[in-house]
Structures are given as structure tokens and as C-alpha cells.
Design a protein around this ligand. Structure first.
Ligand code: RRO
Length: 323
């Protein structure tokens, strides 16, 4: 006998629509790569362009090319990674030059910039405003540059920087934020963001200045900053979820939230959707698994949504229940 017809034949993963929008830019899928070590070279960005990522996101760039911090600077951990890369990148002009070629891959392009001053950021945002980039993510939260505190923890300087950066063109601008740990900080940052035409925020960067010790060698496991580095992966998912949730309750709906932190399967992606994310970025899992993670996680998310009877991102976004 042939298999019985399912009670709800359309309730399968292939009928789940994972399309979404960030800052008015259409994405054909809910997940893409986070800015990180494997989106630095043109070869890496081109490989992303041929994958199932919804967008091509670049490594944060600076005015001049950088080698980054001394090695060892990236160590895998059982549930994630500890890293202090120190902004290794090709310099913003190299990314500007490759954008027309990346554009041929037919995916939205998100450029990440991380200047060392407002003037640096002004130069880079102005340049990318005149480029083929679709979205500009300004990184206010790199934890790994010695002597350079994370701008996102200084509310006054964040405000001053946004005054300058938000009037340089019409392309949607977003902010990559550090993790916040107190409600007063969520609301202070949300109040600043609401004053400017910010299209999206990305929560969270790695949890900065954490220390992992190898008891056998009695040593720190990475070299920069005496072993202090950014913690990534499963360890930080509850912090990422809390930041997405807090900002989704504090910001108006027209400011999209991108979730990052510990997304390695469809369930993680679904949890960020419940918390209020319009899209998610994958960092550590992409570094461990490669570009195959994007189709695997999307398929898992679609299967999970189909099982629960959901067909669109909008149906689930922000629908977290509280007790
Ligand atoms: O390059 C890095 O060390 C780095 C950056 Br720019 C960032 O934004 N977040 C992070 O964890 N590492």
C-alpha cells in the first residue's frame, strides 16, 4: 500500500517562506554570515556569494590594511571559540574596489566598517554610500584592540558619532552593538538610536575581554591582551537572545534587529526569531563548518516552522511568550 496522504500536505518545509527584509533590502533567506575571520579576502567573499547565505557580509574594515593581532589569536572551544583577531582586513579601498565584482553574484552586500575615530568612520561611510553596497553596518563593538574601548559602551560618544554618520547618504545604516547586561543600558542605547535614522541594529558582538585558561599548561590560550578575548558560540546565545528581545521591546518596528550569537541549528535561529530578530548572522558555526551551514540551518528552520504550522518569518517574529 502507498503512503497515506498527509493530513496537511502543504505543511512541509518547502512551503515555508524564509524571505525577510533588513532596512528595506529584500533577503531571500533569514540567515547570512556575520562579520568575522572568513569574510576578509575576495576569495572568501566570492565563495559566500556562491553559497546559500542570504547576503554577503564583509569583515570589518579600517582605513588602512591591517595584519591584526599576534598569534595564537583564535582557539576553538567545545561550545564555541575565543578570539582576538585584532581587525585583520584589506583596508576599505580594497573592499570598495571588489564590490562591483561581488555584486555580480546577485546577493545583497553588507559592508562592515570599524574605524578608530569618528573621522575614520566618516571617510568610510561616505565612500560606501557612493558604492555598490546595499547596507552599511558600523561596528561600535570590537573588543580586541588594545587601548581602544568599545564605542558602544560610551553613550555620549555613540551619540556624537551618530550625529555625523547618519547624514552622509541614503543607504541604510546599522550598528553592530556590544552585549549589554543591564536594563538601564538597553534603554540608554535605545533612546540614542531612536534619535537617528538607523535602519537596523546587530546584536551582539562577541562577549569581550573574557579569559579561558588551560589548566594543564597553566596558560592563557590566546596571546593578545594577556589572553583576554571575545567569547563566541553557544556560551553567548542567552546573552544574544536577551539583547535582541530587550531592543525589540524598546525600539520602533521600523528598526530591524539582526541576531547573532550561538546560532548553529534551526532551533537557535527560531529562538532568535521569537525574540524579535528579522534576520540572523552566523559566525562561529560558519567558521567551524564552512558555507554548508547556511543551507543546513535554513532547512532545519523551515522544517521546524513547518512542524509548528508556521509559513512565514512575520508570523513568528517577536512572538515570544512570557510566563
Ligand atoms: O577583529 C576582531 O578581533 C573582532 C572584531 Br573587528 C569584532 O567586531 N568582534 C570580535 O569579536 N573580533
Amino acid at each position: 500500500m502507498s503512503d497515506p496522504t498527509p493530513a496537511c500536505p502543504r505543511n512541509t518545509a518547502e512551503f515555508v517562506d524564509l524571505t525577510t527584509h533588513i532596512g528595506g533590502i529584500a533577503l531571500d533567506n533569514y540567515l547570512f554570515n556575520a562579520s568575522g575571520p572568513l569574510c576578509t579576502s575576495e576569495a572568501e567573499l566570492t565563495q559566500l556569494g556562491h553559497s546559500a547565505t542570504a547576503a554577503i557580509m564583509t569583515k570589518s574594515c579600517t582605513i588602512l590594511p591591517r595584519e591584526g593581532n599576534a598569534e595564537p589569536r583564535y582557539q576553538n572551544l567545545p561550545l564555541g571559540a575565543l578570539q582576538s583577531m585584532g581587525l585583520p582586513n584589506l583596508g576599505y579601498q580594497a573592499y570598495l574596489a571588489m564590490l562591483p565584482r561581488l555584486k555580480l553574484l546577485n546577493k545583497p552586500i553588507v559592508v562592515s566598517i570599524s574605524g578608530f575615530s569618528v573621522t575614520d568612520n566618516q571617510t568610510m561611510v561616505s565612500a560606501f554610500q557612493q558604492s555598490d553596497a546595499d547596507l552599511i553596518e558600523v561596528n561600535f563593538s570590537c573588543p580586541n584592540i588594545e587601548g581602544k574601548p568599545q564605542l558602544g559602551y560610551d553613550f555620549e560618544q555613540t551619540d556624537q558619532a551618530l550625529k555625523v554618520l547618519c547624514q552622509l547618504g541614503d543607504k541604510p545604516i546599522g550598528l553592530k552593538l556590544p552585549p549589554y547586561f543591564d536594563f538601564s543600558h538597553f534603554s540608554a542605547m535605545a533612546d540614542i538610536i531612536k534619535q537617528y535614522p538607523i535602519s537596523f541594529i546587530t546584536c551582539i558582538n562577541s562577549v569581550g575581554n573574557t579569559l579561558v585558561i588551560d589548566a594543564e599548561t597553566e596558560s592563557a590560550i590566546i596571546k593578545p591582551k594577556g589572553g583576554f578575548g571575545g567569547l563566541c558560540g553557544d556560551y553567548i546565545k542567552p546573552i544574544g537572545l536577551a539583547n535582541v528581545r530587550a531592543f525589540s521591546t524598546l525600539l520602533p518596528e521600523n528598526i530591524d534587529i539582526i541576531g547573532v550569537g550561538g546560532i548553529k541549528n534551526g532551533t537557535d535561529a527560531f529562538e532568535y526569531l521569537l525574540a524579535g530578530a528579522s534576520a540572523v548572522q552566523v559566525a562561529t558555526c560558519y567558521e567551524k563548518e564552512g558555507v554548508e551551514c547556511f543551507s543546513r540551518i535554513s532547512n532545519e528552520l523551515a522544517t521546524l516552522m513547518a512542524r509548528k504550522g508556521y509559513k512565514t518569518i512575520a508570523e513568528v517574529k517577536g512572538q515570544l511568550k512570557t510566563l
